[in-house]
Structures are given as C-alpha cells and as structure tokens.
Design a protein around this ligand. Structure first.
Ligand SMILES: [Zn+2]
Length: 334
C-alpha cells in the first residue's frame, strides 16, 4: 500500500462505502473542497485495479501504476484543460498542439471535443480487460452540447463502462444527467480529523485553525489557501483592513477568490446581526456590523458579481470597485 499518497481518512471511508454498493454510474456531489476529485479517482482506481480489496485499489499492480503515471488506456478523464494541466493529466494530442502553438488558451470548460473523444472511448473494447471508466470533474463545467453528448453515452452504456461524475454544483447539471446516476452526498470530515490531515500536508500548526475556518471547514479549500500563501494574520486582519478601504491583501488573488472572501465576510456580518456566531472569521476580527439593509444589498451585489466573475472586463478596476463597495458596507450606520 502506498501510504504517502493515501487519500484522507474520510475519503477512504466513503470509497469503501461506495464500492460495497457497486453502482455503475455515480454522481458525487456537495460543496467544493470536500474531496470530490479524490473520491472519484479512488473509485476509478479500485474499479480498474487488478487486485482490488474492500477498501479500494491495491496501489501496487500495473493498473494502479498506470493511473499513478496518468497513462491508463481504460480511464477517460474529462476535466477543463486548465485543471487537467494542474493535476498532471495529459491533454488530447490535438488540444495540446493548439495550446503549444498559442492558437488558444487552455479551456476552463470541459470541451465538446473532449466529449466526442469520450464517445469513441466508450465504443472501444477495454485494453486491460477490467472494464473502462470515465471520470468527469467538475461535471457542471460542461456546456449543454457537451452534457448532451455525455447523456447519450450514459443512456447506452457499453457493457463494461462505468462512470463517476463529481460535482461542486450539482444543481447546475441537466436533470436528465442527475437521474441517470446514483447520487452520493460528500461527507464532511470532523474538524479534528481535517486539522490533523492539514498538519500532515505540511500546513503550520498555528495556521490550521484559522485556515480551516476561512475555508468553512472544507479541508481541500484550506490546503489551497495555505498553498496560495494565505496566513492567519492576513485573513484575521482582512475585515478591518477593508473597513479602512485597504484591499492590498486581495491584490494577488483571482477575482473569484476575492468575491468568495467578501461573500464570507458579508455572511458573517449578517450572521452577527441576526445574533448568530460568525462562521469564517473570529468575532474579534469583525468590525461592528453595519446596517442590515446595506449589508443585504451588498450580499445581493456580490452574488450577482460571483456569476460573471470569471471574465472581468478589467481585473484591477473590478478589485477597486469591490473594495470601495466593501468599505461603504462596513462603515454603514446600524
Ligand atoms: Zn491495483
């Protein structure tokens, strides 16, 4: 067993559970940061493994090795190209050439062309004789055309093809896709379990608690924050910095991360207004809550911005607007 790359304990428990149920098409869903991708990959590994056990893949057979080096002929991975590159999966030959030749940038969506390759894959015979697996993540990043191509494959599955779709926004999927799959709601790890795992991943013990709170208890998100250089001091200081109109902490963040952080701040201020405990920040980090009406309007604005944030017209200007809007809301009179 490869202990180094072993998935977190809460993913291992879910792998065991799903393998015992023996579904042929799973939809793993829940909010981001709970390990949908890890669980999907563990299922795929177990299904294709030469010596699978009740707990999952053996980690040591040619099939497991082929997956570890991202070269298994019976595994078709459908992800946005940006994510494929980040996670070390090879792109299709044609796509790679187009990107190398700078004809286009890696796509943030799951491309229709990739789905067409997947349909071909579905019709091929299994190379290693243990069936085939298609892994789709995040499934909500398919447009309608791509989703329909997938649906056709789901409706007429070649006998030995299994699916695992992982989603962080399953409500955005076509209902026809949802209804073709068995659903599994991702399980939240206990806080102590998540904290222990983060320390194992090299997150400084002093940072763990605050990063986990910043991530709303989602361990993968907390780890991503840590790797992006977020520390306790900057997160704790963010609300009061914004109240002063200082958005320097956000300068290097992607616009979507900025909006996410502002939504968390606004959420906490509204929670405090309602007499509840904040979720993402410590009470002491928050400025006195502003006007309920202004905060509610700010929330609506942010939700609207979150929908279009992937393609800002001008990222610098957008940040300036977001910070000035935050300052106004934070300084509004109760
Ligand atoms: Zn194996």
């Amino acid at each position: 067993m490869v202990v180094l790359n072993a998935p977190p304990p809460w993913i291992q428990v879910q792998t065991r559970h799903l393998l015992a149920l023996d579904g042929h098409a799973w939809l793993l869903h829940g909010p981001s940061g709970l390990g949908q991708y890890s669980l999907a990959l563990e299922l795929a590994r177990a299904w294709l493994c030469d010596r699978p056990g009740a707990t999952g893949a053996c980690g040591d057979c040619p099939s497991c090795h082929a997956i570890d080096v991202r070269g298994h002929t019976d595994l078709c991975v459908l992800m946005p190209e940006t994510l494929m590159l980040e996670l070390g999966w090879p792109l299709g030959e044609k796509a790679q050439v187009e990107i190398d030749d700078k004809k286009r940038k890696p796509s943030k969506e799951i491309r229709v062309e990739a789905l067409r390759d997947a349909v071909e894959f579905a019709q091929r015979t299994s190379g290693r004789g243990r069936g085939k697996v298609a892994l789709v993540y995040p499934a909500e990043r398919m447009n309608a055309i791509a989703a329909n191509a997938l649906l056709k494959t789901l409706e007429e599955p070649a006998g030995d093809l299994r699916f695992v779709l992982a989603s962080e926004a399953a409500h955005q999927l076509l209902p026809t896709i949802r209804s073709r799959c068995l659903g599994h709601t991702m399980v939240w790890p206990a806080p102590a379990e998540a904290a222990h795992w983060l320390r194992q991943q090299g997150v400084q013990p002093a940072e763990v608690e605050v990063l986990l709170r910043a991530a709303g208890g989602r361990p993968d998100d907390a780890l991503a924050y840590s790797r992006a250089g977020l520390d306790t001091q900057s997160w704790s200081g963010l609300p009061k910095a914004l109240a002063r109109g200082d958005g320097s902490l956000l300068a290097n963040w992607a616009p979507s991360q900025t909006v996410d952080a502002l939504l968390k701040l606004c959420h906490d201020l509204l929670a405090v207004k309602a007499g509840a405990a904040p979720r993402f920040f410590a009470t002491a980090d928050l400025p006195p809550a502003g006007s309920l009406i202004v905060l509610t309007e700010w929330w609506r604005d942010l939700v609207g911005t979150a929908r279009t944030v992937e393609h800002p017209f001008n990222a610098g200007l957008m940040l300036e607007t977001l910070v000035s809007r935050a300052r106004m809301a934070l300084n509004s009179r109760p």
